[in-house]
Write a new protein. Structure first.
Length: 243
């Protein structure tokens, strides 16, 4: 059984106060196919046996977004990799639960709080830096609809989602040569999980998901309507808004 670890915040104040829709990010017309690129090291992006998915999902969001923004700025390709376990451990210290640590899990809200407060620890040539505010974020907002997520990816911003994880999602289905989750009966909720969305396809009506389970779980497609349901059921979808 693969590990999870996302916890649902006890309130929705962060989503209500800082909704992405409030800043008027342009929603693209239908018919868009857009991807932000997958890090070369995605097969090594593995949380192992611990419930540290929030650290991994939020770090993937940072990596993909920063690499894309660097390319748009000066057409230079650069791999941004971050210490996902550090982010997870720090998020536990500022989240809403007194039992973490040692109990596992935290919220995407707490992960974003650390990115704003302390920045992130970048890994370059196998060496971890000290926490650096320049590698963090100044602000983030929360997507609440499929169109919000489409608008974010269209604006070259990856999205970290914290949602219920159904048993169906554990075993991707091969459909016309591509791996999908959520196409059939969702099954039971196994807990909460955090993953990163980095590609949108209006032709497929689906988002592409980067998970944190290493090479054993390649990128998959998640239908738009399933994501809408997940967001409605106390889901969190973080979008960096200072890029």
């Amino acid at each position: 059984m693969r590990p999870l670890g996302r916890r649902v915040p006890p309130d929705r104040q962060h989503v209500e106060r800082f909704a992405l829709a409030d800043i008027g990010l342009a929603v693209p017309p239908w018919g868009v196919e857009k991807g932000l690129g997958l890090p070369w090291w995605w097969k090594q992006h593995d949380q192992g046996a611990e419930g540290s998915c929030v650290g991994f999902g939020c770090s993937a969001m940072m990596s993909i977004t920063n690499a894309r923004q660097r390319w748009l700025r000066d057409k230079t390709a650069e791999a941004f990799r971050y210490d996902a376990r550090w982010l997870y451990q720090e998020a536990q210290l500022v989240d809403d639960w007194d039992d973490t640590p040692p109990e596992e899990g935290t919220s995407v809200r707490a992960g974003c709080d650390i990115l704003r407060l302390d920045g992130h620890r970048r890994i370059r040539f196998g060496v971890e830096s000290d926490p650096d505010p320049a590698q963090g974020i100044a602000a983030n907002r929360w997507a609440t609809t499929v169109d919000d997520v489409r608008a974010a990816i269209y604006a070259n911003l990856a999205v970290a989602i914290g949602v219920d994880w159904y048993s169906n999602f554990d075993d991707p289905e091969l459909y016309f040569g591509e791996l999908w989750i959520g196409r059939r009966v969702l099954g039971h909720i196994r807990g909460g999980h955090c993953v990163c969305l980095y590609r949108m396809s209006d032709r497929r009506h689906a988002f592409r998901v980067m998970n944190s389970w290493g090479a054993g779980y390649p990128p998959v497609w998640l239908p738009y309507d399933v994501l809408e349901r997940l967001l409605d059921d106390n889901g969190e979808a973080a979008v960096i808004t200072d890029r």
